[in-house]
Write a protein that binds this ligand. Structure first.
Ligand SMILES: Cc1ncc(COP(=O)(O)O)c(C=O)c1O
Length: 341
């Protein structure tokens, strides 16, 4: 039985065309700055966002944590939503790498407002308080069901950060999905944030790799932090070539993943044992089972039908659509969902 894997959009494998691009890469030692594909990828991504420079790293966790370290000193505080990946799912990296504390906000499925930020910034004239230094935003919000931020709210948050002397970082692991869903451009976001992390290994389908974008000064310091964290890669051009291929070929097709999510969510809303489905904007569908149903039994039911799905908490199931899920697999997934009693 072929497996249908909707645990995450990170499970994709390179397409034959992407593999060819990887195999054709001419590589050099990137720690010396000599890999032409890595250099091209960094320059291309920075130019797309209208930012000065980029740094290719092994993972989105690394680009986020480097950014947080760039903007903070030990004892400072970071503001983010309580659903933020940087806070929940990066191994306690904010404490470990940066020695910073975190003030979590309760936004709407992971999206807070400029007023929330203003209300949660600590006064600097009170020695008891950690200094608030950084606001971190996630777009799309993974745990918020892949929802997108409103661009005007992001601009208001930037204005507030400027007034209060705060840095603003974007965890854009799935920013590509937001850009396609909202019809926005990378430059819209590049103009708002001091640093941006973008991933090539989620919906874009590259095997690994993320980029940190920012000013020349930030990226210069980030280069040293990447080495310090053990993320200096040598002949990284093979995976950079996959990233270049993904940027050129796999952005526009994200709309097809979003259509699958919307279709599945519409069907889930008609299923009696499903209590609620989060609003769907991109490639993630999060839904809640009715009281009394076991998450484990539900995932087992799907697994017995060749479907690998994930849980995001008690009675909370997540399906993520990506380029390795076909229309036929969506139909099979829905049949398995309907067969649960
Ligand atoms: C929103 C978000 N940010 C960051 C990451 C981290 O990316 P990586 O798995 O490349 O470390 C993920 C991973 O799924 C994510 O969903």
């Amino acid at each position: 039985m072929a497996t249908i894997d909707v645990r995450s959009d990170t499970v994709t494998r390179p397409t034959p065309a992407m593999l060819s691009a990887m195999m054709a890469a001419r590589v050099g030692d990137d720690v010396y700055g000599e890999d032409e594909n890595v250099n091209a990828l960094q320059q291309k991504a920075a130019a797309m966002f209208g930012m000065e420079a980029g740094l290719f790293c092994p993972s989105g966790t690394m680009t986020n944590q480097i950014a947080i370290k760039l903007h903070t000193q030990p004892g400072d505080e970071v503001i983010c939503d309580e659903l933020a990946h940087t806070y929940l799912y990066e191994g306690g990296g904010i404490a470990f790498h940066s020695g910073a504390s975190v003030r979590t906000l309760r936004g709407a499925n992971g999206r807070f407002t400029a007023e929330h930020v203003r209300d949660n910034v600590n006064r600097r004239d009170d020695a008891h308080l950690p200094w608030t230094r950084l606001v971190a935003v996630e777009n799309t919000v993974n745990k918020g069901g892949g929802c997108c931020w409103d661009l005007d709210e992001l601009r208001r948050i930037r204005t507030t950060c400027d007034e209060l002397g705060l840095a603003l970082h974007l965890d854009g692991a799935r920013l590509w999905n937001a850009l396609v869903a909202r019809g926005e451009s990378p430059r819209d976001h590049g103009a708002i944030f001091h640093t941006i992390s973008i991933c090539l290994s989620k919906g874009l389908g590259a095997p690994t790799g993320s980029l940190l974008l920012g000013s020349r000064e930030h990226i210069g310091r980030a280069h040293r932090l990447r080495k310090l964290m053990g993320g200096g890669m040598r002949q990284a051009g093979y995976i950079a070539a996959a990233g270049l291929y993904a940027l050129e070929n796999h952005v526009d097709r994200l709309g097809a993943d979003h259509a699958k999510s919307r279709h599945v969510a519409d069907e889930l809303r008609t299923v009696p044992y499903i209590a609620s489905v989060l609003p769907v904007e991109t490639n993630i569908v999060i839904f809640h089972l009715a009281d009394g149903l076991s998450t484990e039994a539900y995932l087992r039911h799907l697994a017995e039908r060749g479907i690998r799905a994930g849980s995001m908490g008690r009675q909370t199931i997540r399906f993520v659509f990506h380029l390795d899920v076909s229309d036929e697999q969506v139909d099979a997934l829905l049949s398995a969902v309907r067969a649960f009693h």
